[in-house]
Design a protein around this ligand. Sequence first.
Ligand code: ZN
Length: 215
Amino acid sequence: MNLPQPSRRHVLLAGAGGLAAVALPSTAHAFGAVEPDIDSTLQWQARSPRSPVNLVGKRPTMIVVHHTVSDNTSDVSRAQAHRHAHWVQDLHMDRNGWTDTGYHFLVSRGGWITEGRHRSLSTLRSGSDFVLGAHTSGQNGAGIGIANEGAYHDGAQPPRAQWEVLVTLCAYVCERYAIAPSRIYGHKDFGDTLCPGVLHDRLPQLRSEVAASMG
Ligand SMILES: [Zn+2]
């Protein structure tokens, strides 16, 4: 697939690292969070859901961060992000018996975002409704689920690109849905799980970086 030139992803990554601040358009700050590049289910050629996905009928009121306990791959390519999206969808449909991927969005170790459950991206853009996911027992009617490729319960840290894109995606979700960055949680806040590992320890940092990036 051809990347847009210049890719917003790379502008955002560079911007987050403070390397390309002068290259950003002067209007960038006026609009707050910018939509990052998100590969839709069509772009990564997801399987169709077993049954139509359901909308909740209102905005989500929080974000719940997960990890997928996949291999901590060093492959940072967009193709790997698509492979990971397929791996998660197959697991959720074939092993768990769910209608589709349980999460709304996934962030790869290389910093590529893929749409999880169908319609998550179009409803995010609308800002008024979201898809009923399957990621946090008891909270699926309230939370957007963002899952990070990799396993972070054993001391591993997320690569910098993944972290920065997670911040960018959370900022965009918070802005579209008017969610306060203080309402970014981790899966283990709501259940007996290690998920999302060290990312849970870093939630205070995530909340503060998301708030900063929203201005
Ligand atoms: Zn989880």
